[in-house]
Design a protein around this ligand. Structure first.
Ligand code: ZN
Ligand code: ZN
Length: 357
């Protein structure tokens, strides 16, 4: 099968023929239908996060079940599924308290050396390696897609929609009437914005440097926009709200913007880091704010997903046109155009691109 192989940092991905194993106990072979072009893969390509190479990236996908191994009960051949990028055991402390995204056995469930490049085993990325025609995944990562939901929409539910909407509804459980700022109006930021709208936030302030991103933010539900290239973003947010917001979400992945989010919150406010702050970077916060302003900072991983519970309601809201997902998709590419797709993402030209197979 064809796959886009990453050989090293800052090197273009290379289309290669690779081999994939048959599904074993509990495993499912998926024929990939759509794979999202997510910024998180770019962090690995650019080296701000590390992963052993060569590997095949891609972690936002949907496909059709081709074959199942023994003991698979969740899906059958022909089923259309979203593939979640964390695999959970269902039995550890994290799983039983409703935090499968933190599963303590996730590493034990991962399949190493089951895809081969020129005869040599290479590691799968995110337990899936979705920039490939087929993926070998654990059955617990599969979520059934309703017949009338397009595969490219389902793929985006697998990362950006879940991560953004879930940060608001699951991780922070933002109460109706809250004021919210979202720093970074890319694929995840736009989903935080529409999550805040679903939650009934009274003000949703999008902060970005690019006019096209701010225009998209308005379409997705931002009540106000702040162009951070024109003056101090913190002051602008404080000005709009008369002192700061209840919740400020960081959706870029920079320590500096996480610190700005902290400063944008009012007394009692919460800063929420959703972006991937690079390895080695530290966030620095003024100490007295913790006590005298009772501010706090939270992380949010994968929208605190309980994939088999959350992804179906996200797709149902899409069916009812209460979540915009078609509008997230700016461009479609084929696998051999993947470097072009990442160049467009880097240049800020797109909300989200999808590789279709
Ligand atoms: Zn992603
Ligand atoms: Zn577990």
């Amino acid at each position: 099968m064809k796959a886009a192989v990453m050989y090293g940092i800052n090197q273009p991905l290379v289309l290669e023929d690779i081999e994939i194993d048959e599904p074993q106990h509990g495993e499912v072979l998926i024929k990939t239908a759509a794979s999202g072009v997510c910024h998180s893969d770019l962090h690995f390509m650019e080296g701000s996060y590390r992963y052993p190479v060569p590997t095949v990236l891609g972690h936002e996908s949907a496909g059709v079940v081709e074959k199942v191994g023994p003991g698979v009960t969740r899906v059958k051949p022909g089923d259309r599924v979203v593939v979640a990028f964390v695999t959970s055991c269902g039995a550890c402390d994290y799983c039983v308290v409703g935090k499968p995204y933190l599963c303590g056995n996730s590493a034990a469930l991962s399949r190493m050396g089951r895809i081969k490049l020129k005869g040599q085993p290479i590691p799968q990325f995110s337990n899936m390696s979705a920039f490939a025609e087929y993926q070998l995944v654990h059955q617990n990562a599969c979520v059934i897609v309703p017949d009338d939901v397009p595969m490219e929409v389902a793929a985006l539910v697998g990362c950006s929609v879940m991560t953004g909407v879930g940060a608001v509804t699951n991780t922070m459980k933002v109460p109706v009437g809250s004021t919210v700022a979202v720093v970074g109006a890319g694929g995840v930021g736009l989903n935080i914005i529409q999550g805040a709208k679903l939650a009934g936030a009274s003000r949703i302030i999008a902060v970005d440097l690019l006019e096209n991103k701010l225009a998209a933010a308005r379409e997705f539900g931002a009540t106000d926009v702040v162009d951070a290239s024109k003056g101090d973003a913190i002051q602008q947010v404080q000005g709009i709200t008369g002192g700061g917001v209840d919740y400020a979400f960081e959706a870029i992945g920079l320590a500096k913007t996480a610190e700005q989010c902290w400063a944008m919150t009012k007394r009692g406010g919460k800063a929420v880091v959703v972006g991937m702050i690079p390895i080695g970077a530290s966030v620095s916060l003024p100490g007295p704010d913790f006590i005298f302003a009772e501010k706090s900072i939270h992380g949010s991983f994968y929208g605190s997903t309980r994939q088999t519970y959350d992804m179906p309601w996200l797709m149902e809201l899409y069916r009812q046109k209460r979540l915009k997902i078609d509008e997230l998709i700016s461009r479609r590419y084929t696998l051999d155009q993947i470097n072009e797709a990442y160049a467009a993402l880097k240049n800020g030209e797109v909300n989200r691109s999808v590789i279709t197979f």
